[in-house]
Design a protein around this ligand. Structure first.
Ligand code: PHE
Length: 486
């Protein structure tokens, strides 16, 4: 048997009871429905299955238009003006315009003329008032029960919005032999479940219930619920990837000294990156005291290489410069301090944090941005391990094509640049390398340290397909709503 819906079953079973032509009202009351669309829909379904025949007749009928409804409530315009004339005992045209609004007095006079009222010298005259009253009464009667057959139909058809004609389809349904043959067992209605609730799951009811099928191809509106900002979601995903790879997270302050931000990393004190255009030096704290022993170690390394085999940068190292307060320009300032605290324990550490540089804002630059930083310190750590780690990271982020190129940083040797392929082009995403002895030896580190630092916003631009980095921070709600779930 064909699959019948519950309304179809109910309608068919009602019709099996009495063999006749069913009107809409009869179907509604037999099925206990008040929505005629349900009855019409069920009737169509049954007719498509051949269980019911539909007879449709279409009739034209007259109904009131918007002005017609007003006229029934307040009286027809000609009726109101005519009563006013009779009551006021030969009023003038001027009085008429004073008593009725312009949009009524104008058309009203036209209607009166049509009824045989004459206007002479600003006054009204008529010969057969009873007849005028009678015509107006008949017009009012017509509006109370408009009909196509009335002589007034033509009259009102010529007036704006008083009446409308509509096509009314009336249907009658009768059961076919095939419909009679359906057994009443097959017409038992099945409760279909459209919503799964905790109560339902706790009871046993769901076991025999039918579930309403979902049409996954239907259009649905996107729910507007709160969710993480795409940057936060991306940070979360990166964090997840590093945690999976066995790293632990490091979180540290962004107010730092030039000493840790640069001297510890063997960045020469006269290096261009130290100049004002790159680094935000602080007025408060203008200076932060550093351990004198640390300062003298850095001084030795910078001036002549200290106890390492290096010859250093030469010149004179300034402890005052070293103690200047600044906003960190890279997160390497935090990883190097982590190593200084834990020089002997092999580790894998990452940080995703904010850094600051004096950049003018444009499509690809912001003065505040984030770096994805990481280090691996362990016996035998080497360049191959570093490259593999970075490749694995980008692969997990969805960018399997990664290459490295030689680069220069004062604190690493060898140094490299990491690039990923995106839409056929290689894009530079960050730097990496193995920390130089000038960096590791004074801290007592013996194992090699692989290190890298990459731009988070750059990666976000790839992931979110942005042309302009500023889009990330302008809180454009429409854009935010349409971002993919990362
Ligand atoms: N700190 C570097 C930067 O800010 C990146 C880097 C980190 C390079 C670690 C090598 C090693 O660009």
């Amino acid at each position: 048997m064909a699959d019948l819906t519950n309304p179809e079953k109910r309608m068919l079973s009602a019709m099996q009871g009495v063999k006749k032509k069913w009107t809409l009202e009869e179907v509604l009351s037999a099925c206990n429905w008040d929505d005629q669309a349900v009855a019409v829909g069920a009737g169509h379904g049954l007719s498509n299955n051949g269980f019911v025949k539909i007879e449709e007749t279409s009739n034209t009928s007259v109904i009131l238009g918007s002005e017609g409804e007003k006229a029934v409530k307040d009286g027809l315009l000609e009726s109101r003006i005519w009563s006013w004339i009779l009551k006021n005992n030969n009023p003038t045209m001027k009085e008429l315009s004073d008593s009725f609004e312009r949009h009524e007095s104008g058309p009203g006079i036209g209607l009166l003329k049509g009824l045989g009222v004459k206007i002479e010298g600003g006054a009204f005259s008529y010969s057969d008032p009873e007849n005028i009253t009678k015509t107006i009464e008949e017009r009012t009667e017509f509006l109370n029960s408009p009909s196509l057959d009335s002589e007034y139909y033509q009259h009102f058809k010529g007036r704006k919005n008083l009446i409308e004609t509509v096509e009314v389809i009336s249907r009658r349904w009768s059961i076919t032999d095939a419909g009679m043959d359906i057994s009443s067992d097959d017409l038992a209605e099945i409760v279909t479940i459209a919503e799964i609730t905790p109560e339902l799951l706790q009871s046993d009811e769901w076991k025999n219930a039918e579930f309403r099928p979902y049409d996954v191809a239907l259009e649905a509106s996107t729910p507007r619920t709160g969710r993480s900002h795409p940057m936060q979601a991306l940070i979360e995903r990166i964090r997840q990837v590093f945690l999976e790879m066995g790293f632990s997270e490091l979180v540290d302050d962004y107010v730092q000294t030039a000493g840790w931000n640069m001297d510890a990393l063997f960045i020469p004190q006269d290096h261009p990156a130290r100049e004002m255009q790159d680094t935000f030096y602080l007025d408060n704290p203008r200076s932060i005291d550093l351990d004198p022993e640390l300062l003298s170690q850095w001084k030795a390394i910078h001036e002549h290489g200290g106890d390492t085999a290096s010859t250093g940068w030469g010149g004179t190292f300034s402890e005052e410069i070293s103690q200047k307060g600044l906003l960190r320009t890279h997160t390497t300032v935090n990883t190097i301090q982590y190593l200084a605290r834990n020089p002997k324990d092999p580790c894998r550490v990452f940080a995703i944090d904010r850094v600051f540089r004096k950049e003018s804002i444009d499509r690809t630059h912001l003065p505040e941005f984030h770096q994805i930083e990481g280090i691996i310190m362990e016996p035998g750590a080497n360049l191959g391990m570093l490259v593999t780690t970075l490749k694995t990271f980008y692969e997990k982020m969805g960018y399997p094509e990664v290459r490295v190129r030689p680069a220069y940083f004062p604190y690493t040797e060898p140094s490299l640049e990491v690039e990923v392929k995106w839409r056929g082009k290689w894009l530079e995403l960050g730097g990496a390398g193995i920390f130089r002895p000038e960096v590791t030896e004074p801290l007592g580190i013996e194992d090699p340290v692989c290190a890298w630092g990459m731009g988070l916003e750059r990666l976000a631009m790839l992931v979110l397909e942005l042309d302009d980095i500023r889009q990330l921070y302008i809180s454009d709600l429409e854009w935010l709503r349409n971002q993919p779930i990362l």
